[in-house]
Design a binder for this molecule. Structure first.
Ligand code: NI
Length: 388
């Protein structure tokens, strides 16, 4: 088919033919957010919205994930399009008419949008099946926000035989409708650590008879700030954040133990592997110097999300030919956030692409996050065009 000719009208066609369906699905998913791998109802809504399309549907991948395949004519490539379906443990604070009805759960990362945009793309591409040269695989995954649903889907074969793969993420802070990506790393590796700091407990009035775990932990947290500032090459991005600290039971007791938890973000695999050794060495040195000790439990989690250079360039070119005004941006820098689409990109060349929802939209993972639904048909059009 003449893909360029099709692209001109793609967004308006999707808006007219599927706009209401996409928005209705988004609202339905938004009302009933589900966490982690427990996206059974969400998957049911996706399946209902795909009903009647000429797709080969596989369910139960990574428990509640869905892989739906559209076979066009011809011997063209197999392209994967992936969306995430899970929500976050946040209580929603928007006044949307379709706000979360489930206390403590909210679609605060836009995955309700990603999922319905992909359903919209499936409808649009199924409508052009006759002229489609190749195969499109629609991948709906659970457990992006921790749990590594993407990794499980890849292990269960969702990326087998793909020639390329793309995914979108709605992005506050970028002008509305702007399509942004870059070659190479776009999101960081996100690892986690927990540390137990041990001293010896005692009476608050007799510190000389104990080793104070609170004071040791405070020094460890301060010393950890030197890992990035003094041990990492200044032109190499890295983050070490202590997000949790806890100890003690009463004002007049010196506790025996303290607990510290944090995250480490890196873009460089060699540096990533060095971090636990430096953190442990420094923490134990500080703790032992104060007559205590520390143990580190370090968990390597999502790897770097690394875009293929050609796929990233193609995504930007596609967006430029698809949308008037060519609102595309080649990102100068990656985000130090993380994304488990990384596991798909380890197997298949492709690109993770950000779609701007505006500069004055509350950030991802905030209780006020809400976006203008006009972005949905635009995202569907971009996904469909990337497959084309
Ligand atoms: Ni997300």
């Amino acid at each position: 088919m003449d893909a360029t000719r099709k692209l001109d009208k793609l967004q308006s066609e999707i808006e007219e033919n599927y706009g209401e369906k996409i928005s209705a699905l988004r609202r339905d998913i938004h009302r009933e957010p589900e966490l982690g791998f427990d996206t059974e109802k969400t998957a049911g809504k996706v399946l209902a919205a795909l009903e009647g399309l000429p797709l080969e549907v596989e369910t139960g991948v990574a428990r509640n994930g869905i892989v739906a395949t559209l076979r066009g004519g011809g011997e063209g490539p197999t392209v994967g399009l992936r969306a995430d379906m899970d929500a976050l443990p946040i209580t929603e604070e928007t006044d949307l008419s379709f706000a979360s009805e489930i206390e403590g759960k909210m679609h605060a990362c836009g995955h309700d949008g990603h999922t319905s945009m992909l359903v919209g793309a499936a409808h649009a591409l199924c409508g052009m099946r006759g002229g489609l040269n190749g195969t499109v695989r629609f991948i709906f995954q659970p457990a992006e926000e921790g749990g590594g649903g993407g990794q499980v889907m890849v292990e269960e074969g969702a990326a087998e035989g793909l020639d390329s793969i793309f995914a979108l993420h709605l992005w506050p802070g970028l002008p509305f409708g702007t399509v942004a990506t870059k070659a190479g790393p776009i999101m960081a590796a996100a690892d986690a650590f927990e540390m137990e700091v041990r001293g010896t407990g005692g009476h608050g009035a007799m510190p000389h008879l104990s080793a104070d775990a609170v004071v040791i932990a405070a020094h460890v947290v301060t010393a950890l700030q030197t890992v990035v500032s003094r041990e990492v090459d200044p032109v190499e991005p890295a983050v070490l954040t202590v997000g949790e600290i806890g100890a003690g039971t009463a004002f007049n007791i010196i506790p025996e133990k303290a607990r510290i938890g944090g995250t480490v973000r890196t873009l460089n695999e060699e540096l990533r592997r060095k971090m636990p050794g430096r953190i442990e060495g420094l923490a134990r040195g500080v703790a032992r110097g104060m007559r205590g000790d520390a143990t580190l439990d370090y968990r390597f989690s999502y790897p770097v999300t690394r875009n293929d250079a050609e796929a990233a360039a193609r995504a930007l070119e596609t967006a430029a030919s698809l949308f008037e005004g060519k609102p595309v941006l080649e990102l100068p820098n990656p985000s130090m956030g993380a994304e488990d689409f990384a596991y798909f990109l380890q197997k298949v060349p492709g690109a993770f692409v950000w779609l701007g929802v505006g500069e004055d939209v509350s950030g991802l993972h905030t209780p006020q996050f809400a976006f203008d639904e006009k972005i949905l048909p635009r995202g569907s059009a971009l996904l469909a065009a990337l497959a084309l």
